[in-house]
Design a protein around this ligand. Structure first.
Ligand SMILES: C[C@@](CO)(OP(=O)(O)O)[C@H](O)COP(=O)(O)OP(=O)(O)OC[C@H]1O[C@@H](n2ccc(N)nc2=O)[C@H](O)[C@@H]1O
Ligand SMILES: Nc1ncnc2c1ncn2[C@@H]1O[C@H](COP(=O)(O)OP(=O)(O)O)[C@@H](O)[C@H]1O
Length: 301
């Protein structure tokens, strides 16, 4: 018996960040779009909960109990009283520690896969509740598409979005730690920040109209300044993509991945070539969005 699940990475089309709260988290108002850099996870029965990771960046991912997919499987087992184990084989496609929520996608994929393997049949709403306990970005990896995230980013409402968006993804040779970037944000703006962040209406209108040019103009990220403090070389990546005619360029989430919105698939390739020629990235990928959230793609045995 094996269950195969795919779950997407994301970009934050906009990310407004409020003042740090007592619990250490920041209130967010973000628009997520799920994109076609996708994690694939195969779950098979086992005595314990174990994980193996493959892909070019596999060495950067823990395979002990701190792995987010292992934590997700254990949380589901605890919540449902299941005593079975599972072996999780993950093929990583989303950059690690890149601001595209690959670990969150693995956690969402593990919830969906184990729910099918163990026959626990939880409703999506219950899986979403477990997802929020695992990380702020995990509910969105489950849901996919385009959505507004508020609270810690875990409270989702779907966004009406027309059309397909073509991205060039600029990879960085190193990762950035999400808590460190939020820490740099606090140091930069401190108490001056608005406690109640809001989503930009212009972006929502542009998505509704399917107007890629207006979406590009409305891309924004309150964490970008902080990410640039920690990784100043990203300024050049942003500039090269802009010069290559991107409709908009932004650091994704806490970075350091840079995403550039292109006018067409061919334009996305051209922006990627410009980034490679300027030697400002470790690699480039093309992606489209929006794509669906974590979903079962095959069941065998
Ligand atoms: C910044 C964002 C934007 O979508 O994405 P990434 O760059 O990680 O992909 C997310 O908010 C990241 O979500 P996620 O990576 O799931 O974070 P969590 O595990 O919940 O929290 C990790 C740490 O980030 C900080 N954190 C996270 C979310 C939030 N609303 N406020 C915070 O201050 C806290 O320091 C927390 O301890
Ligand atoms: N299954 C997993 N995949 C990736 N990273 C994981 C996983 N489990 C735990 N981690 C840890 O979480 C950190 C951030 O994860 P990731 O989701 O890739 O980045 P980001 O939070 O920037 O979107 C990684 O540096 C890694 O140590």
């Amino acid at each position: 018996m094996s269950i195969r699940v795919r779950a997407p990475g994301k970009v934050n089309l906009s990310l407004a960040v409020g003042r740090r709260q007592e619990d250490g988290f920041h209130p967010l108002a973000t628009v997520f779009q799920a994109v076609s850099l996708v994690e694939e996870l195969v779950a098979t029965p086992a005595d314990d909960v174990t994980v193996e990771v493959t892909g070019p960046q596999a060495g950067l991912v823990p395979t002990d109990g701190s792995n987010l997919a292992v934590r997700a499987a254990r949380l589901l087992a605890d919540a449902t009283g299941v005593e079975a184990g599972v072996h999780l084989a993950i093929r990583k496609d989303v950059p690690v520690a890149g601001g595209m929520a690959g670990g969150s996608a693995d956690a969402a994929a593990a919830l969906v896969a184990c729910d099918a393997l163990w026959g626990t049949g939880l409703p999506r709403s219950e899986l979403a509740r477990l997802a929020a306990d695992l990380g702020s970005d995990v509910p969105f990896a489950l849901q996919g598409g385009t959505a507004v995230g508020t609270g810690r980013g875990h409270l989702l409402s779907p966004v009406l979005s027309r059309g397909e968006y073509h991205w060039t993804v600029g990879l960085s040779p190193r990762g950035l730690s999400t808590p460190e970037v939020f820490g740099a944000f606090d140091a930069l703006v401190g108490a001056a920040v608005d406690p109640d962040p809001v989503v930009d209406d212009a972006l929502l209108r542009a998505l509704l109209a399917g107007d890629a040019e207006a979406v590009g103009a409305a891309l924004s990220n309150d964490l970008q300044h902080a990410a640039l403090e920690l990784a100043p070389e990203l300024a050049e990546t942003l500039a090269v993509a802009e010069d290559a005619g991107a409709l908009g360029v932004v650091v994704s989430g806490s970075g350091p991945t840079v995403v550039a919105l292109a006018a067409s698939p061919g334009h996305a390739v051209a922006i990627g070539r410009a980034l490679l020629d300027a030697h400002v990235v470790a690699g480039v990928r093309q992606a489209v969005g929006p794509v669906p959230g974590a979903r079962l793609v095959a069941e065998r045995g």
